[in-house]
Design a protein around this ligand. Sequence first.
Ligand SMILES: CC(C)(COP(=O)(O)OP(=O)(O)OC[C@H]1O[C@@H](n2cnc3c(N)ncnc32)[C@H](O)[C@@H]1OP(=O)(O)O)[C@@H](O)C(=O)NCCC(=O)NCCS
Length: 272
Amino acid sequence: MRRYISRTRQTLTIWNRRRNTTMNAQLHPLEVNPITGEPFLRLRSHPNIIITPPRDEDIPAFIPLLNDVTICDWMSGPPYPYTVEHSTFWVNKCKSECEPILKQLHDAKDNPEPIIVRDAPIRYIREVKEDGTDVFIGDVGFIRCPMGELMSPKGLPLGTFDWENKQKMEDENNALPAGDPRIIWSIGDFLDPKYHGKGIMTDAVRTFLHEWGIPRMGIRHIWAATHTGNIGSVKVFLKNDFKLIFTHEEHAVAKGKMRGINLLEWKMDSDK
Ligand SMILES: CC(C)(COP(=O)(O)OP(=O)(O)OC[C@H]1O[C@@H](n2cnc3c(N)ncnc32)[C@H](O)[C@@H]1OP(=O)(O)O)[C@@H](O)C(=O)NCCC(=O)NCCS
């Protein structure tokens, strides 16, 4: 508990300082682009990489990336082949999740305490070039866990799939209010292959979780799943203090093939 309280005090000091400027302190620790007014989170170890809200112009950028087998074969969610309709749907979905949070933060600008919100106003990863322009390079989001088959009401051990109660368990997890420590979260992410292996996603997960997820969404418990064989993704989570809980070679069919699952878990230490 001690470390969390001291971090909160530190936050409030910065908070009060910012309240005296025109910047909305509710956006802390996000920065704001002075030209576009767009909030963004700068990665801790890669200052030229930022996470911003989605933009309409991102729609074409998703299409080649989610048709690239080095990306899409590791992801269960996005369809293949990935079309402009899929991309439009996805960017609009992300916008519909981020924009209300930004509005909520603006509406709460006179609130003296940082509010806890259901989601983040930021989602897409961009590289900032020397001339100040930026380019879309990936996606990272903390979402309510979509693996209800693992949250068995029958108390089955982790690693047993209860498909019958999947939807019920996801509905219960989705219904928990913002900041509820019982919420089980998951992470969805991918990065343009040109940027792989440079520590960017490890840093993106770390920065997002510690700068926004924990203090502003109240994230305390995460289950991250990867297909078996996805060494890079497993390493991203292990390097962020997740523990590998189990590996199962037959989990579910995705893109026409039976896929295995690695389940990694992160829980916030009870003393923070
Ligand atoms: C998984 C992914 C997001 C990792 O992003 P990244 O920025 O390249 O990851 P990092 O550079 O932070 O790498 C973390 C570790 O994994 C290693 N790694 C990354 N990609 C790897 C790969 N394809 N094979 C083996 N190791 C890999 C890195 O070398 C690093 O290890 P190290 O610290 O021991 O050197 C990226 O590879 C990707 O977009 N993959 C396709 C989509 C995907 O798998 N999404 C996740 C679904 S669960």
